[in-house]
Design a protein around this ligand. Structure first.
Ligand code: COI
Length: 360
């Protein structure tokens, strides 16, 4: 067989592996590609006219790309994270997909890419969910995680925007992001050497380039038994920014504080939703700088994100001092309450006064 035939065979094998087995153990899902959807969606755009093609579904598999693709060389790449869930109303819904569309469009502008029209983004995610409905776990067992990806796929050598762009959406069935299960408290360490982002930089953009620089600290932290790392502000090393993969909230009594959106942290869709949910339940929520000292003295801390949902923090370590929150292994009360409210709304076990669920 020629190399090309071998490649096609490999691709067919990948698609076959992706097909859902008749009996799926939905209880053993982690956050990975073990149950990747068989179908993905793609659309492309030529920067000469800036018009997007109508997208189409195709089998999940490798993408052909030039070595000179802008995204591979200079990093024009933004992505989104979204979840589709099977609900108590026996249907499948997405959660605030318009917010993800808006964020991708903003990110595209920041990286001088051609933004996809909002309708195209919504059509893409909807089609992927429809085509991969078998991969949406039973209610409460997990979700179908969608990864919309926008990249400067066209070739270029000198530094400049790509001549062509690709929007692709793939998906995988997922369960809990952190090891130990959804509400198992995580152990965080405050990073005192590296920063995640600086004022005027890219911290507020969901670009690919924000997620690998954190690995050096995250891997070191994991080696020492921590789940993840909290970053401090680059100017004063005083205030919390975010965790590698999620936003952070600090609770004292009925007041919840979370770092403000000043361009250095990710404007999380879950962050925004938790702020509104908490306010609707009588908490005072302040988007204000939160010092690491204040965090060490808090009643509890939790993190939020599409992948992590709401994760209680079991301990925070800063400059060798470890603060334990609550009983080891037990989720803290405010995190538990907001997790229940958010997932109840997302799975249509509770009403949705905000209009956030989006039936597919
Ligand atoms: C998400 O929460 O959807 C993200 O994109 C974070 C990523 C590190 C998994």
């Amino acid at each position: 067989a020629t190399r090309w035939q071998q490649r096609l065979a490999a691709r067919a094998q990948l698609a076959a592996q992706a097909a859902p087995p008749a009996e799926v153990d939905w209880d053993s899902l982690g956050f990975g590609l073990s149950r990747v959807g068989a179908t993905m969606w793609m659309a492309s755009c030529d920067a000469v006219d800036g018009k997007w093609s109508t997208g189409e579904l195709q089998p999940y598999g490798p993408l052909p790309m030039y070595p000179s693709a802008q995204a591979l060389n200079y990093g024009q790449a933004v992505f989104e994270g979204m979840k589709a869930q099977r609900t108590a109303k026996d249907r499948i819904v997405l959660f605030r997909p318009d917010a993800n569309a808006d964020r991708m469009i903003e990110g595209a502008k920041r990286l001088s890419m051609v933004p996809p029209p909002k309708d195209l983004f919504l059509e893409a995610v909807t089609k992927v969910v429809e085509a991969n409905a078998d991969w949406v776990p039973p209610q409460g067992k997990g979700s179908l995680y969608l990864r919309p990806l926008l990249m400067g796929s066209g070739p270029i050598l000198g530094l400049g925007p790509a001549p062509a762009y690709t929007l692709v959406v793939y998906c995988a069935s997922v369960g809990s992001y952190f090891k130990g299960g959804q509400l198992t408290p995580i152990d965080l360490i405050v990073e005192t050497h590296f920063h995640r982002a600086a004022p005027g930089g890219m911290g507020g953009t969901k670009c690919a380039g924000n997620y690998s620089p954190v690995l050096v600290t995250q891997l070191a932290a994991k080696k020492n038994g921590y789940s993840d790392v909290v970053y401090l502000d680059a100017k004063t090393d005083t205030y919390l920014e975010e965790v590698s993969s999620c936003n952070i909230f600090v609770v004292k009594g009925k007041t919840i504080r979370t770092p403000p959106l000043k361009g250095t942290i990710l404007p999380g869709v879950t962050r925004r939703s938790i702020i509104e949910l908490a306010r609707s339940r009588g908490y005072t929520v302040e988007e204000e700088p939160v010092s690491v000292t204040e965090a060490m003295e808090a009643d509890e801390i939790f993190t939020t994100g599409t992948a992590v949902v709401v994760s209680p923090v079991g301990s925070l370590t800063y400059e060798g001092k470890r603060r334990q929150f609550g009983e080891p292994g037990q989720p803290s009360p405010v995190a538990l309450e907001l997790y229940d409210q958010l997932t109840g709304l997302q799975q249509e076990r509770y009403p949705d006064p905000f209009g956030w669920v989006y039936p597919v």
